[in-house]
Unconditional design. Structure first.
Length: 526
């Protein structure tokens, strides 16, 4: 050990003594006491200082006078740290004196010892309050086992107060390694990749484009006209699509990842522009373009109710978390926003001459907020519990919005060829912006996706699908395959490697991870 340099690493940034101490601490925490003791002996270093060893033994034996002397003799200890440590010692000492009936000694601690700390009135009041609360502990009845446990807790608490040269913070090596791994993941453009496996320490973290859906794995062609919207169910087992052919289709995701048609929903007289899954995935809402809203049973494919009646123009709809209430926005300002139960009974409505045309709306998954996009470039976030309303103005027309699963953020598509990410709480001064896709005159819809919703995907008027990492404004991937405008995308919430896109080319494309690496590996093995 004597021949080793005082610093380690190619850049000489690691202090050798500190490095060895951290390893010793880790060995002890893992239960490798013999190995830790051997390393201490061989290196001449200890992860606990002699002062702390002495302090620990004095606390566990209740030797309070010598305990105070040890703290006072500790070198390189800041005055405020020394006072905080002694405060905790006096508190335990006071408790034990009272417990065994030595009121005079307890009073001596309070009158003579505590004032020497020169502590703030706030801390002295805190001690006085804790003294009063001691009465609730049935002093005089605390046995030796309880006293012993309290002393052990005191040792742990003091360890958190003392500086590293006296005692290392608990789990220091694990914290350092975890910090490095987290930094590598954060710097990866495919960060929070779609794998929940523990990251290997054998190499630097790096994940590639095979961790997100980038290749077409299936093309669905059952619609006979433009497909305007797609949405996976909350459990990821189904996909619903709507089309200008006046139908909606429910697709089932099979175990092998392929999609099969389950039901074709025929009842609308006009193109179907939008669908919404109930949170329990047993029902589906479909919006006719400038037409009524219909409720369908997913299992049977039958229409259970029609909302709105003749002349009611629907633009969008959403469910509340209980799967018993829905909310609907109308493109007719006089109709406004309505809340219904599943039988069509109106529960509440937001109407009025000043109510602009509703373009899109959503309810956060916690049921706390109703977010609406209006035709005059306006976003309103209504807290349904407090009725507090937050208004956000965009500079360009809004075409759609989508809320993250955790209810904390939402994205809006603008006809300025930008997507804006905003927080529901309204704490951000400015939105995060994403560009690269094409959107001038059509309604294009985007979505969150991937593990922890760390990706954003969107359709585009140039026939492509765009994927961004939420931390970057430029596209991570641009997917080609469709031959006309891509109107909508949906990322499977339970299968993070599955993405669906709907296009004016009458098709739905299902996207999966790249098979290139898999093919190369199979070729190598054969």
């Amino acid at each position: 050990m004597e021949n080793l340099p005082t610093s380690l690493g190619s850049k000489g940034l690691i202090n050798k003594n500190e490095f060895v101490r951290v390893i010793i601490q880790c060995l002890y925490s893992f239960g490798y006491k013999n190995s830790a003791s051997c390393l201490e002996s061989e290196s001449g270093m200890r992860y606990k200082s002699l002062d702390f060893d002495l302090l620990e033994s004095q606390i566990l034996s209740g030797d309070w006078d010598n305990c105070v002397d040890t703290v006072n003799k500790m070198k390189d200890l800041k005055d405020d740290t020394r006072s905080s440590v002694l405060f905790l010692v006096f508190k335990q000492c006071f408790l034990e004196y009272l417990n065994r009936g030595d009121d005079s000694l307890a009073l001596s601690v309070l009158q003579k010892q505590v004032p020497t700390l020169h502590m703030s009135k706030e801390k002295v009041h805190k001690l006085a309050y804790s003294i009063l609360s001691l009465k609730e502990m049935e002093l005089g009845k605390l046995d030796e086992d309880i006293i012993c446990e309290l002393r052990k807790k005191l040792v742990i608490e003091l360890g958190k107060q003392l500086p590293p040269h006296i005692l290392l913070p608990e789990g220091r090596l694990e914290h350092l390694v975890e910090t490095i791994v987290t930094a590598q993941i954060d710097s990866c453009k495919y960060q929070y990749h779609n794998s929940q496996d523990v990251v290997s320490l054998y190499g630097d973290h790096c994940c590639g484009r095979d961790q997100i859906p980038t290749e077409t794995v299936q093309i669905l062609t059952e619609h006979s006209n433009e497909v305007w919207f797609v949405q996976f169910s909350n459990n990821g087992d189904y996909l619903a699509s709507s089309s200008s052919d006046c139908t909606a289709i429910i697709w089932e995701v099979m175990d092998n990842g392929k999609l099969m048609m389950k039901h074709t929903l025929r009842s609308h007289q006009k193109p179907v522009s939008f669908v919404a899954w109930s949170p329990d995935d047993t029902m589906l809402l479909t919006c006719g373009n400038s037409e009524v809203l219909k409720l369908w049973d997913v299992e049977t494919g039958t229409c259970k109710h029609t909302f709105g009646g003749h002349g009611f123009t629907v633009s969008s709809c959403a469910w509340f978390p209980d799967s018993k209430r829905i909310v609907c926005g109308s493109s007719d300002p006089e109709k406004g926003i309505c809340m219904w139960d599943c039988d069509g009974n109106e529960i509440k409505a937001w109407r009025g001459m000043r109510m602009p045309k509703v373009l899109d709306l959503a309810v956060t998954s916690d049921g706390e907020n109703l977010i609406s996009a209006f035709s005059d470039k306006e976003i309103r976030i209504l807290n349904l519990r407090t009725n507090a309303e937050q208004v956000i103005l965009e500079e360009h027309s809004i075409t759609s919005l989508s809320v993250s699963i955790d209810s904390k953020t939402f994205i809006v598509n603008l006809n300025s060829q930008e997507i804006h990410l905003r927080d529901v709480a309204g704490k951000w001064e400015k939105p995060l912006k994403y560009t690269g896709h094409k959107q001038n005159k059509y309604v294009i819809r985007s979505c969150f996706g991937g593990v922890n919703s760390m990706f954003i995907a969107s359709g585009s008027e140039n026939t492509q699908v765009y994927i961004w990492n939420r931390r970057s404004s430029t596209p991570l991937e641009v997917l080609s395959g469709h031959s006309m405008t891509v109107n909508s995308v949906s990322w499977n919430p339970k299968r993070p490697l599955m993405l669906a896109s709907a296009s004016d080319d009458h098709t739905i494309r299902i996207w999966g991870p790249s098979q290139t690496n898999k093919i190369q590996l199979e070729s190598t093995l054969t």
